[in-house]
Design a protein around this ligand. Structure first.
Ligand code: ADP
Ligand code: MG
Length: 395
């Protein structure tokens, strides 16, 4: 069965409201990574070729429901125009006078960008009246905002109920790469998890324990909560005490299910994260009382590398250390390299992990780098994303 895609619908001389995820990282008004815009080009070009007039809607950052020029989509419209080599008309509002007038006058082949949809608090509240006003701008709704597909908002969910709808090529690609590989995993299936918090990743660890994963390789700050639960000394490393009990249960469940949980056997440690005077590699798994774990150690990195390289399916979420600091980035780099060298299917999800792979120049060497953070984690867990679920089924 499956969901209707833009290939299945007629958009000729129709006004298409395209929900894209142009929530790109910005610094001082300049886009620092335009990957999400580039990933949207196939859908945009296809719709334009088929004779649609395109009204694009997105959010950017967290403007908390009010206008804030810092979160304007203007720089995105400019970048998109450069990439397409075509004008992109910018609306000064989302559902107001300007948007209404500009969308009414829009001709086939033309592109209009609405202002940041999160300038209205009704967006995140999935307000039905707001969704109605959005729907009034167009004849057809296309959702291709994978990064927000786990959210039930007016522009991702409410509006889909009001217009004929379809999903775009990016959502289709994300589903194909992530869901299809997880549903029928090739073995060895290795999950690599890291990042700052166990609490963010409990759902995903539990689902891996129950979904036929062979090994779960754990680095990042979350490893210290696991090591502490096993009785090792972790010094001043970040530990989430309130999860120690839960982690013990996970370890037992993993053992019962024959899932190998592989934790660091050495670490890069320092005395102070901002201004370190000591940075060293520990000899073993225990961390001295006054030191903080900031990356997996050399021995661990080598071990993780070997396990990942041999796998037939690798899912990676969460850096192995505080990779933003070059001295603490070796573990994350080694894992990224392992995925690049692995001959199996390799999938990276999560904003920081994806940024790490892209910045290290490995994005072309892995099977799939997801454009979603939270959304890709939900797919890793095998969950249904509401904004995809609401798209009409194929007959
Ligand atoms: P993703 O965005 O890929 O899902 P997370 O947001 O879960 O990843 O985690 C990324 C953050 O985890 C990074 O900012 C990194 O600095 C932090 N991190 C990784 N290892 C450690 C550590 N040992 N101590 C503190 N923070 C860490
Ligand atoms: Mg993150």
């Amino acid at each position: 069965m499956g969901k209707v895609t833009i290939r299945d619908i007629d958009v000729f001389e129709k006004k298409v409201l395209l929900r894209a995820d142009f929530n790109v990282p910005m610094k001082d008004g300049v886009i620092t990574d335009d990957n999400r815009i580039k990933e949207e080009l196939p859908t945009i070009n296809y719709l334009l070729e088929k004779g649609a007039s395109l009204i694009i809607c997105s959010h950017l950052g967290r403007p908390e429901g009010e206008f804030n020029s810092k979160y304007s989509l203007k720089p995105v419209a400019v970048r998109l125009s450069e990439l397409l080599n075509k004008p992109v008309i910018m609306s000064s509002d989302v559902i107001g006078k300007d948007a209404t007038k500009l969308s009414k006058n829009l001709k086939p082949g033309e592109i209009l960008m609405l202002e940041n949809v999160r300038f209205h608090s009704e967006e995140e509240e999935n307000d039905p009246k707001f969704a109605e006003k959005l729907a009034k701008l167009a004849d057809v709704y296309v959702n291709d905002a994978f990064g927000t597909a786990h959210r039930k908002h007016a522009s991702t969910y409410g509006v889909a109920k009001l217009l004929p709808n379809a999903m775009g090529f990016l959502i289709e690609k994300e589903l194909k790469n992530i869901t299809e590989n997880i549903e029928n995993p090739k073995h060895p299936f290795v999950a690599v998890l890291g990042g700052s918090k166990v609490s963010d990743k409990i759902g995903i660890v539990n689902s891996f324990i129950n979904s036929g994963c062979d090994s779960i390789v754990i680095g990042g700050a979350m490893a210290y909560t696991f090591l502490k639960a096993m009785g090792y000394k972790v010094g001043k490393s970040k530990v989430e005490k309130e999860y120690l009990k839960e982690v013990k249960t996970m370890l037992t469940n993993a053992e019962e299910n024959g899932v190998n949980i592989i934790l660091p056997m050495d670490h890069v440690v320092c005395d102070n994260i901002e201004n370190p005077t000591i940075i060293e590699n520990t000899d073993g798994v225990n961390i001295p009382e006054n030191l903080i774990g900031v990356d997996i150690g050399k021995k661990t990195a080598k071990t993780f590398y070997k396990i990942i390289k041999k796998a037939k399916l690798v899912l990676w979420n969460g850096p192995m250390g505080i990779f933003e600091t070059p001295e603490f980035s070796c573990g994350t780099k080694k894992v990224a390299k392992a995925l690049a060298k692995c001959k199996g299917v390799t999938i990276v999800g999560g904003g920081d992990s994806a940024a790490a792979v892209i910045n290290m120049g490995y994005s072309k060497k892995v099977t799939h780098v997801s454009t979603g953070g939270g959304a890709s984690l939900k797919l890793f867990e095998g969950k249904v994303l509401p904004a995809i679920d609401i798209i009409q089924n194929k007959n």
